[in-house]
Design a protein around this ligand. Structure first.
Ligand code: ZN
Length: 65
């Protein structure tokens, strides 16, 4: 049994900086969010939960650790 397996973070889980396609507002979104994420400025849907990795509708402009 490997001691390392539970120490390695899941590589696909990230915080993403998204830009809204409608109004260019920028917002930080978790890549595996379980909530519908809407733009704070205009209400456009930026990310939809998909039971794992969220479906990203905004433009990804940065990936944060
Ligand atoms: Zn917007």
């Amino acid at each position: 049994m490997s001691e390392w397996e539970h120490l390695i973070p899941r590589p696909s889980s990230r915080f993403l900086k998204l830009r809204c396609r409608s109004c260019e507002n920028e917002q930080i979104v978790y890549s595996h969010t379980t909530h519908l994420i809407k733009c704070r400025a205009c209400g456009e849907v930026l990310a939809e939960p998909r039971g794992g990795k969220a479906k990203i509708n905004g433009i990804i402009i940065a990936v944060l650790g």
